[in-house]
Design a protein around this ligand. Structure first.
Ligand code: TTP
Ligand code: MG
Length: 614
């Protein structure tokens, strides 16, 4: 019998509907999307000496994730191997897909996990549509994707679930269960629609889970993989002696497969379970030492509770309350919120490390390369397609033909950091140094020129801004040796009259346009008559989905997304070392030709440089 406190801990709130997406064979799909001919071939993506992923065709021929290249070539000699060490294309694809998914959540609660998973909290969309359902004619329903335009959406059968299901739905459901079932049906149709759109418009398939929490939606999406979706059916709470579908579902999972129960915790929990399991089938306790330990084993151990878990897991380095958190997870309960969409990063930082970098020419060369990556990242992260049909024709950023993008925000600060190696000791050895030095300046205005090629901008940025900053950090022509260069932009200022503001005006414009169709002056037309005129088919393409207004949430960060190992280490390295920051020269003058900011004393020489260009 659960104690009062235990009962409140395990009280389930099934108010949310959350959809979890996991793109199939993600890295391989990025290459396939760029070149669809690859779909028919066994395709594998290589990082170092392993295949990090491969497409369906390769999997059909026996290849799998995290296989040695040597082994893969032996199993499938005609495998096509592409290099996946530069993560730029995956990052860009991930953002593009995320932006597509984000449009469907009115609350903007859409969160990426790594590059290839997304959680979307669609509770508000589902609750809105629940109210619209005509319970006497569920099979002819229309799913509204916009609160402002009743024509935006798709026709569907609300009497049936879309896709696959896990669990058995009760023949005699009580009221709450029936409502949850109906809401999950709506969630399953929305998920289906989103999957179809992602595939048709972007070329990506995904495996999707639909439930009431991040934990359950993520886990249930794995039940039918790939290219499928699964909804976890009610009951979510025990009914009499009948166990809930959630418990049945969670119980069969290996402890280590439960998100948020990390490796160290898993080992401790497994050890505890194995030591305390009484194997009724076998007197041989060695069987218990090696057998797979699933959630059920642990949950059902005599005396198991949040307090006992706290004792097993608690200790140095473990947060207080870990026992309660794990106890709820073992019951399939997870109240963590889906993070809010974050439109803009706090900073964009690009760096590279070097075995030996000790010449001015070498530095200049590397800075051009880093600048190019930085500019490309700025274009991906800080601009958006300008679909304003001439509305922005006077905007400086989109003057040029072909420049159909506009800035969402302008970074104001440009920073160069270097990591000098410590000088050698008398015996030739050298201390390892992790200290960085850095200098900042204003971002030159030419960098915002979307009509200019990234290559030209990278050259200019290096010559006019980064090399002068470098000279401040290392005034001597030689005698230094660097192990790292980092170039970053920060202090983002959202572009006025764009972003949120423009979205609102766009929204009002669209709203007025669409609502005008429904306005019948001075006539009393019953709503049913009006709705009959609504095209209820998914075949009618709608490009006018009104996007939710994204609030820029500065607490969430793309930087917190767990990335693959390679990119993680560079993210960590990208942490600023602000030690030298106070020593920055006052940069109080901008070049009238190129906009580069620099100290007054440097300006005459800089202007002479422009004269020599002519
Ligand atoms: P996964 O989702 O594990 O794999 P996947 O999307 O390729 O395949 P599945 O259909 O089984 O979901 O990982 C997402 C991407 O992350 C994957 O395409 C490649 C990359 N990755 C790494 O870089 N390192 C790794 O160790 C793994 C497992 C994946
Ligand atoms: Mg995946």
């Amino acid at each position: 019998m659960a104690s009062g406190r235990d009962a409140s801990l395990l009280k389930r709130k099934d108010e949310r509907i959350i959809i979890h997406f996991d793109y199939d064979c993600f890295y391989a799909s990025v290459f396939e999307a760029a070149n669809p001919a690859l779909k028919a071939l066994p395709l594998a993506v290589q990082q170092k000496q392993i295949i990090v992923t491969c497409n369906y065709e390769a999997r059909r021929r026996g290849l799998h994730k995290l296989q040695l290249i040597k082994e893969a070539k032996r199993v499938c000699p005609d495998v096509v191997i592409v290099l996946g060490e530069d993560l730029t294309c995956f990052r860009n694809a991930s953002k593009e897909l995320y932006n597509s998914i984000r449009r469907y959540s009115w609350s903007s609660k859409v969160e990426r996990l790594g590059f290839d998973e997304v959680f979307a909290d669609v509770t508000d969309v589902i609750n809105y549509n629940l109210k619209l359902l005509n319970t006497s004619d569920l099979s002819n329903s229309f799913f509204c994707l916009s609160q402002d335009d009743p024509t935006v959406g798709f026709a569907f059968d609300a009497s049936k679930l879309a896709g696959q299901a896990y669990g058995r739905y009760s023949a005699t459901p009580h009221h709450d269960e029936a409502i949850l079932y109906q809401r999950l049906i709506l969630g399953s149709h929305l998920a289906f629609h989103m999957r179809v759109q992602l595939e048709a418009q972007k070329g990506y398939t995904s495996s999707v889970g639909i439930s009431t929490s991040k934990l359950l939606s993520k886990l249930v999406g794995n039940v039918h993989k790939p290219h499928s979706q699964t909804t976890l059916l009610p009951p979510y709470a025990a009914v009499g002696f009948e166990q809930s579908n959630v418990t049945t579902f969670i119980d069969d999972h290996d402890i280590g497969k439960i998100p948020n129960i990390g490796f160290k915790m898993t080992v401790k929990l497994q050890d505890y379970a194995r030591q305390n399991l009484v194997n009724s089938d076998s007197a041989d306790q060695d069987v218990n030492k090696t057998r797979r330990t699933v959630v059920r084993d642990l949950r059902k151990l005599p005396g198991m509770s949040n307090l006992l878990l706290e004792k097993i897991l608690g200790g140095p380095g473990m947060p207080h309350g870990v026992g309660s958190r794990v106890w709820t997870l073992l019951h399939g309960i997870d109240d963590t919120e889906v993070g809010k969409a974050r439109e803009l990063p706090r900073q964009i930082s690009i760096e590279d490390s070097f075995g030996r970098l000790d010449t001015i020419l070498g530095v200049q060369e590397q800075l051009v390369i880093l600048s190019l990556s930085l500019i490309n990242r700025m274009h991906v992260d800080l601009t958006e397609e300008d679909d304003s049909d001439g509305e922005m024709a006077q905007d400086d950023d989109v003057k040029a033909v072909g420049a159909r993008k506009r800035w969402l925000a302008h970074p104001k600060t440009l920073r160069l950091s270097t990591r000098p190696r410590a000088p050698r000791n008398a015996d030739g050895s050298r201390e390892r140094s992790f200290n960085r030095t850095s200098k900042s300046t204003q971002v030159p205005s030419f960098l915002y020129d979307l009509a200019e090629s990234a290559e030209v901008l990278a050259d200019r940025l290096t010559t006019y801004c980064l090399m002068p900053l470098f000279r401040q950090l290392h005034p001597e022509n030689n005698g230094w040796e660097l192990s790292l260069l980092n170039v970053a932009v920060s202090d983002l200022v959202e572009t006025s009259g764009t972003s949120t503001g423009r979205d609102i005006s766009k929204m009002f414009k669209n709203q007025a346009k669409h609502l005008s169709v429904w306005k019948v002056p001075d006539q009393d037309v019953p709503p049913e008559t009006q709705l009959a005129a609504v095209p209820k088919s998914e075949d009618t393409p709608r490009t006018n989905v009104i996007e939710p207004i994204i609030k820029y949430d500065r607490t969430g960060s793309e930087d917190s997304i767990p990335l693959s190992q390679a990119s993680q280490s560079s993210q960590w390295q990208a942490e600023w070392n602000d030690e030298d920051e106070e020593n920055d020269e006052p940069l109080s003058s901008s070049c009238p030709f190129c906009g580069a900011a620099m100290p007054y004393f440097a300006m005459p020489a800089h202007l002479r440089f422009h004269e020599s260009e002519d």
